[in-house]
Unconditional design. Structure first.
Length: 254
């Protein structure tokens, strides 16, 4: 899921990546809203709230919502810098390393949520998750050439409407029938991603009700497993390629 990039990715790889990471992101976002009443990855809502507070001269809430947006962008920036550095150095599993960084930081955030005093808990949880959601979304966006998004659904809902319109025109024979397979694949990807985000959110809230911040540790463990699976696949692929390239051949006779 975290090795092939761009045109080298197929429908199954994108679908697996989208569903697994969207479910985790949905769980974290919904649990955070249940716990403290803020969305960490909904930049549309956060910017709208920022506008509202600025218009009504509520400066402290304005600063908080501005911080959410800035931190989300910072997470995306870190992901891009990490990926750029890895690609320059030829690190095949750099996208998996990016998710591994997310897993490590999420584990630290989960520990802080469990043991930090109530005074700092809300700010740390919301800003921490905003940073991690920005990091994850940038990683997924780059590896899939923007075909997959996992931390918010506004764009995907729009894409579903677009693909449904194309599908209707195909059925009416207003669009070429050869586009049908590609249209169905894109529609399936978006619908499954939103479903995974929704189901992950429901499960995330139920788990958070039961165990609190341990949910963050569980999600960190899942991200760690996904990242390590990607790194293992990258090493195995590299070893296979190297073996084929440098396989010893006996010298030809004269």
């Amino acid at each position: 899921m975290l090795i092939s990039q761009g045109a080298a990715r197929n429908e199954r790889i994108n679908l697996n990546l989208a569903c697994s990471l969207a479910a985790i992101a949905g769980a974290l976002n919904a649990a955070a809203f249940y716990a403290v009443g803020f969305f960490s990855a909904n930049m549309t809502g956060n910017v709208s709230a920022l506008s509202d507070h600025l218009a009504t001269r509520q400066w402290m809430p304005s600063l908080f919502f501005l911080a959410i947006v800035v931190v989300f962008v910072s997470g995306s920036t870190l992901s891009s810098l990490l990926i750029n550095a890895g690609r320059r150095q030829g690190i095949r599993g750099i996208y998996a390393y990016s998710i591994l960084v997310e897993a490590g930081l999420l584990a630290l955030l989960g520990g802080a949520d469990l043991w930090m005093t109530a005074g700092w808990r809300v700010s740390l949880l919301v800003l921490g998750l905003a940073f991690l959601m920005g990091l994850q979304n940038a990683t997924v966006t780059r590896i899939s050439d923007a075909r997959v998004r996992t931390t918010h659904v506004s764009g995907m809902v729009t894409d579903i409407g677009i693909e449904l319109g194309i599908a209707i025109d195909i059925l009416r024979r207003r669009e070429p029938n050869e586009h049908a397979a590609q249209n169905f694949a894109r529609l399936k990807l978006h619908v499954y991603t939103i479903a995974a985000f929704l189901i992950g959110g429901v499960i995330g809230v139920l788990i958070y009700q039961a165990v609190g911040g341990y949910l963050l540790l569980a999600c960190a463990a899942l991200l760690f497993l996904i990242a390590m699976t990607g790194l293992h696949h990258a090493r195995r692929t590299f070893a296979t390629t190297a073996t084929r390239r440098y396989r010893w051949r006996p010298p030809r006779g004269n």
